[in-house]
Design a protein around this ligand. Structure first.
Ligand code: BG6
Length: 502
């Protein structure tokens, strides 16, 4: 008898806690479609074919002195229909539930609730949609994790006010978050504020929802001044603090996290040249910590203030703003991790949605297939978990990790995605190591459990899912869903609470 008990204990004892969150993550703008349905108005990603695009569908109107939407009829805006999650979410959530998900992350498209961002009253149909969506998740045993802003700033807020450059946006944001916190009280307890907001310096327009209302270049909406960028930075810090305050006041059960793109924490010096070491360190700061330090520790770091001082970029704020930032830090740290990068003094560093690319790391054995070719560095995830946990001592939530592959059914209709399974297996092994190192890891949400439109390139071809969706770059396809090999594998992983990774 004793032997049997010991055996069972050995089999079921897991590195992960019993309440570990297992699931997947998507974003409204990449899956919902229905971009102009039920009152919704365009947001910034609706006018772009991929957020890496250098040509957003915007033009300067010299008469009214504003940017306006100008879609290019030669382009296919796949996100407008997405994978039609707006109408098919029940079927999709059922498939997620089939893998044993106890958690599912999506975003609320701000423009479904306040279509232009500045209305007095919320859009009832938008509110109802998310009510139904969250109810369905809960019915299927999935805890909703909700991102309040995932590259979805209403376009009108940007063209009319400059978006986050303008302080008025903080008030409009407060109205929005108050509305959704009230409405979904008791249904949603886990909230993320701004998705990968630390991409502000790399991709200000989309990541932070800003447009120059007095443009530097009328032919290029993506050009914003450094002064505007740093003003948006402070406004976003203040808005983040308000979100935490309002969220806690409305429901003490709410836990509110920041959401950082943390691949760039794993930026290694290419050599031990002190310039490379210092450069890597500064890259970590200005890619990640410049946002997460104020979010988690409650103050604006000296390395940021130095730039303002030396370059004459001091933004406007007052002591009350600083007090807000200090008093309302986040409850947990959530992040994405896709790849690691290197910093070398003699290389121009490039960035992608996954993180810093830099010079190819000769010590890594794998990279994802071309054309994206992202470095595969599972140990980098252990590094990020430990480095960030050591700094903040907050629970860590992996809310994005995954690999995009160009794949399709074989002659038997099967999709063999062994590369994805290997990618995940190796990353999960490293997460376990981090837990053993003492890091408090709340959960693992795989990015893109169902094929959706790629954020960076706007394609369908870059597929992350365990579930294949029949839709293609030219917009054709039946939208039919089918399971890939990884579906059963992840199901097994979840059922064993991460113990069975074979
Ligand atoms: C993250 C984003 O940067 O990376 C997601 O939060 C995105 O929205 C993901 O989809 C993967 O990037 P991509 O460009 O491959 O879709």
């Amino acid at each position: 008898m004793l032997i049997q008990e010991d055996f069972l204990k050995g089999v079921f004892m897991s590195v992960f806690n019993d309440d570990f969150y297992w699931g997947g993550a998507v974003a409204a703008n990449q899956c919902e479609g229905a971009w102009m349905s039920d009152g919704k108005q365009p947001n910034i990603t609706d006018v772009m074919v991929g957020i890496n695009s250098k040509e957003p569908g915007l033009r300067w109107n010299d008469e009214n002195k504003k940017w306006e939407m100008a879609l290019d009829e030669n382009k296919v805006y796949l996100s407008h229909e997405g994978i039609d999650f707006y109408h098919r979410y029940k079927e999709d959530l059922e498939l997620m539930s089939g893998m044993g998900f106890n958690c599912f992350r999506t975003s609320i498209a701000w423009g479904r609730i306040f279509p232009n961002g500045d209305e007095e009253e919320a859009n009832v149909k938008g509110l109802q949609f998310y009510d139904d969506l969250f109810d369905e998740m809960i019915r299927l045993g999935m805890e909703p994790v909700v991102t309040l802003s995932h590259y979805e700033t209403p376009l009108h807020l940007m063209t009319e006010y400059g978006g986050w450059i303008n302080r008025k946006t903080i008030d409009l944001w407060k109205r929005y978050v108050m509305t959704v916190f009230e409405r979904y009280k008791g249904k949603v307890h886990l909230w993320l504020t701004f998705n990968e907001i630390n991409n502000l310096l790399r991709r200000p327009v989309v990541s932070a929802g800003i447009l120059s209302t007095e443009p530097v270049d009328k032919n290029d909406p993506l050009k914003v001044s450094d002064k505007e960028i740093w003003q948006a930075y402070v406004n976003l810090l203040v808005a983040n603090a308000w979100t935490v305050k309002i969220g806690h006041e409305i429901d003490q059960g709410n836990r509110i996290g920041c959401m950082m793109s943390s691949s760039a924490v794993a930026v290694y010096p290419y050599t031990c040249d002190p310039d490379d070491v210092w450069g890597a360190f500064q890259t970590q700061r200005f890619s990640n910590y410049y946002f997460s330090d104020p979010f988690c520790l409650g103050f604006i770091p000296g390395y940021v203030k130095r730039i303002w001082k030396e370059k004459g970029l001091q933004p406007e704020y007052d002591d009350r703003d600083l007090k807000m930032i200090e008093d309302h830090t986040v409850d947990f740290y959530s992040f994405s991790y896709y790849l690691s990068g290197t910093y070398s003094r003699d290389t121009i560093n490039t960035f992608d949605t996954g993180g810093l690319r830099g010079r190819e790391n000769p010590y890594l054995r794998f990279k994802a297939p071309e054309p994206w070719g992202w470095a595969v560095d599972p140990q980098g995830l252990r590094y990020v978990l430990n480095a960030v946990y050591d700094r903040y001592h907050l629970p860590m939530f992996i809310v994005e990790n995954g690999v995009g592959l160009d794949e399709g059914p074989d002659e038997n209709g099967q999709i063999h995605d062994g590369f994805r399974v290997t990618y995940m297996r190796e990353h999960l092994k490293q997460i376990k190591e981090a837990v053993k190192d003492g890091v408090d890891v709340m959960g693992y949400l795989y990015w893109g459990p169902i094929d959706i439109v790629s954020a960076g390139t706007g394609e369908m071809k870059k597929r992350y899912g365990f579930i294949y969706v029949d839709r293609h770059n030219d917009g054709t396809g039946s939208l039919r869903r089918s399971k890939k090999d990884s579906y059963e594998w992840y199901k097994k992983v979840i059922a064993s609470n991460g113990e069975d990774l074979d």
